[in-house]
Design a protein around this ligand. Structure first.
Ligand code: NAD
Ligand code: IPM
Ligand code: MN
Length: 326
């Protein structure tokens, strides 16, 4: 039997998770919710309680909405540490962030468990604070391999994004990607771009981009930019995959504290992440496609305020469910 661990989290998280849970119910997929993020800190002192991590490990897939509570900012323990810990514990090194709209169909493959986020960090005696960007050859190779596979499957091309003109780790990154391209993926056209000018390309010519592979921090920033040119954070989904299940499926957006509690958050990013879970996490491609089509209908018939409409979170959820069941 299929079991999904659902982590509603904070802010708009529980509001958009509720719509995903209705979809799971409609599809007859078993699920259980677990404490995670800021609310777990307030209740338990930790953003990733042991029981939650165990439940995630035991599940077939993990569906996460969003974490982040403004009142916890500046504290030593933050909700976001729970998310980083969960990604690391599950070994989900490949974060797929597709973005599509009229004429645009790209996917950012973001390295998710290395780089600046996970390198040495601290404070020196002289008062300097530091974060370190670190990558090993196997870490670059496995994410590059994943990106080449995706590009090959799409019969597309791969753009590797780095900052090789400045960063030492980018030299490793570019070498490993080039070597792998030459040795195993000669059929996949490969090019390289520097992150600063590539960010401009995402804004000015997103239709020219196919598959992108990049390190953790660049991927974080570029994926919000890609979201911005394809409908905004309310519609941007992601899949975080390792070599084994469970994968982690999460919208690109956060807990959106300014609109939390109003019932107006766009659930499309969460529902598209649910579709990615059906496809990449649970091996249910037909239902994934049906849900993706239903979300299109929901976006058209019941747009939320971020898209210029007046529908509530529940209103769009209703439209999606009607399309899915109808
Ligand atoms: P955010 O993504 O929460 O919000 C950025 C902007 O997008 C806001 O204007 C927000 O209202 C809007 N937005 C986001 N999702 C939306 C939705 N579904 N529907 C309509 N509008 C939406 O980013 P932020 O404000 O920089 O961060 C808020 C908190 O979320 C922080 O604590 C941050 O660490 C956290 N965060 C968590 C995740 C995650 O859990 N995966 C991701 C990003 C940020
Ligand atoms: C994202 C978020 C996270 C990240 C934060 C909340 C840790 O911004 O998923 O894009 O930086 O990876
Ligand atoms: Mn982000």
């Amino acid at each position: 039997m299929t079991l999904v661990a659902v982590l509603p989290g904070d802010g708009i998280g529980p509001e958009v998770a509720a719509e995903a849970i209705r979809v799971l119910d409609a599809l007859g997929i078993e699920h259980a919710e677990h404490a995670f993020g800021g609310n777990a800190i307030l209740a338990d002192g930790t953003p990733l309680p042991d029981q939650t991590l165990e439940a995630c490990r035991a599940a077939d897939a993990v569906l996460l909405a969003a974490v982040g509570l403004p009142e916890l900012e500046g504290r030593p323990v933050r909700p976001e540490q729970g998310l980083l810990g969960l990604r690391r514990e599950l070994g989900v090194y490949a974060n797929l962030r597709p973005a599509s709209a009229d004429g645009i169909d790209l996917v950012i493959v973001r390295e998710l468990v290395g780089g600046l986020y996970f390198g040495a960090k601290g404070t020196r005696d002289d008062g300097t604070w530091f974060d370190t960007c670190e990558y090993s050859r196997p870490e670059v190779e496995r994410i590059a391999r994943r990106a080449f596979e995706i590009a090959r499957e799409r019969r597309g091309r791969l753009t590797s994004v780095d900052k090789v003109n400045v960063l030492h780790t980018s030299r490793l990154w570019r070498d490993v990607v080039s070597e792998l391209g030459a040795s195993e993926y000669g059929d996949v056209p490969l090019d390289h771009a520097l992150v600063d000018s590539f960010a401009m390309t995402v804004v000015t010519a997103p239709e020219t981009i196919d598959v992108v592979v990049t390190e953790n921090t660049f991927g974080d920033i570029l994926s919000d930019v890609a979201a911005a040119v394809t409908g905004g954070l309310g519609v941007a989904a992601s899949a975080s995959l390792g070599d084994e299940p469970p994968g982690l499926f999460e919208p690109v957006h956060g807990s959106a504290p300014q609109i939390a509690g109003q019932g107006i958050a766009n659930p499309a990013a969460m529902l598209r992440s649910t579709a990615l879970m059906l496809r990449h996490g649970l091996g249910r491609p037909d239902e994934a496609e049906a849900l993706e089509r239903a979300v299109e209908t929901g976006l058209r018939d019941a747009p939320t305020p971020d898209l210029g409409g007046t529908a509530t979170t529940r209103g769009m959820g209703d439209a999606v469910l009607r399309a899915l069941e109808g």
